[in-house]
Ligand binder design. Structure first.
Ligand SMILES: Nc1ncnc2c1ncn2[C@@H]1O[C@H](COP(=O)(O)OP(=O)(O)OP(=O)(O)O)[C@@H](O)[C@H]1O
Ligand SMILES: [Mg+2]
Length: 285
């Protein structure tokens, strides 16, 4: 569902991030529109996470601007979260010794505007807000398939579920835009498939998604648009078809394309065979 029209949700313009002599991100433009899933891909060290950090107020870009719903974002993570952008991290950041439910409740904090005084007094407004948060957190655990793990300590979850919990926590802020940094890293194929479904469901509920992934099948299955970063610069931006066909993208990942490289048809054949194998495997269980 590619939406070409409408006001951009997120618009990064000329974003540059330098660390001393190293330019990690160079003059990057990036747009995410309502209802879109946008992929951000590129080799290791391309500057993908650094760009995320620039978009979420963790870093103040050396140059360039970032707007959300037409307004310049303040370069402070909590203000970006309040504005409506949530994220997950490449290196999972959970409260290991809190329960799954508590981790999601922490994510509600950008949302609940109950003041400190109200919390101290613990008046009716505080209790109402708390009850609403608990209900919403429980819903999110069901949505992310973690309902049964609600009372478990985060550190006891398998890796794939920790990644899902990070997503649940990010969703607790009721974001208009969700940024995912390698959501399927370390997952097995089944978990990756489930995460694809989850990302589609998140988009269908009205949250746009910007996702960094090395899993190209994940990217090409899900994304309306894909931006390719190489050495900090945007190499290509377009639909999955455009990006898949672009020789420079192939070159950036695999080195120079060789003569007789598999064409679209062969790739489709291989994918169909893999799909069939996966299906018969599924039926075998
Ligand atoms: N805080 C920092 N200080 C100095 N250099 C940094 C910092 N953060 C990132 N870099 C450098 O910026 C470049 C881009 O790194 P970044 O982590 O953004 O890449 P990436 O595309 O996310 O890679 P990967 O796919 O491996 O996660 C790298 O050369 C990295 O060493
Ligand atoms: Mg990264």
């Amino acid at each position: 569902m590619t939406t070409m029209t409408g006001t951009p949700l997120l618009a990064a313009t000329g974003v540059t991030m330098r660390f001393g002599g190293l330019t990690a991100v160079r003059s990057v433009d990036l747009t995410v529109r309502p209802g879109q899933i946008v992929g951000l891909i590129g080799p290791n060290g391309a500057g993908k996470t650094t760009l995320f950090n620039c978009l979420t107020g963790l870093y103040t870009p050396t140059e360039g601007t970032v707007t959300y719903r037409g307004r310049t974002l303040p370069p402070k993570p909590h203000l970006v979260a309040q504005a409506g952008i949530s994220r997950t991290f490449q290196n999972i950041r959970l409260f290991a010794n809190m329960t799954v439910l508590e981790n999601v409740l922490v994510g509600r904090h950008t949302r609940t505007r109950e003041g400190l005084l109200s919390a101290l007094v613990r008046g009716p407004a505080f209790h109402r807000a708390e009850a609403a948060s608990a209900q919403r957190a429980t819903e999110l655990l069901a949505f992310t398939g973690l309902a049964a793990k609600s009372g478990h300590l985060a550190r006891n979850l398998p890796y794939g579920e920790q990644r899902r919990l990070e997503i649940a926590r990010a969703l607790a802020g009721e974001p208009g835009l969700l940024l995912l940094d390698e959501p399927t890293a370390g997952m097995n194929p089944q978990e990756t498939r489930a995460t694809e479904e989850l990302v589609l469901a998140i988009r269908d509920r009205g949250t746009a998604v910007l996702v960094i992934e090395h899993d190209m099948r994940f990217i090409f299955n899900l994304c309306d648009r894909v931006t390719v970063l190489v050495q900090g610069e945007k190499l290509v931006e377009g639909t999955t078809e455009t990006v898949q066909r672009d020789e420079r993208v192939v070159a950036a990942y695999l080195g120079t394309p060789f003569e007789g490289a598999p064409g679209q048809e062969e790739v489709a054949e291989v994918e169909a065979a893999e799909e069939a194998a996966a299906e018969s495997e599924g039926q075998g269980r």
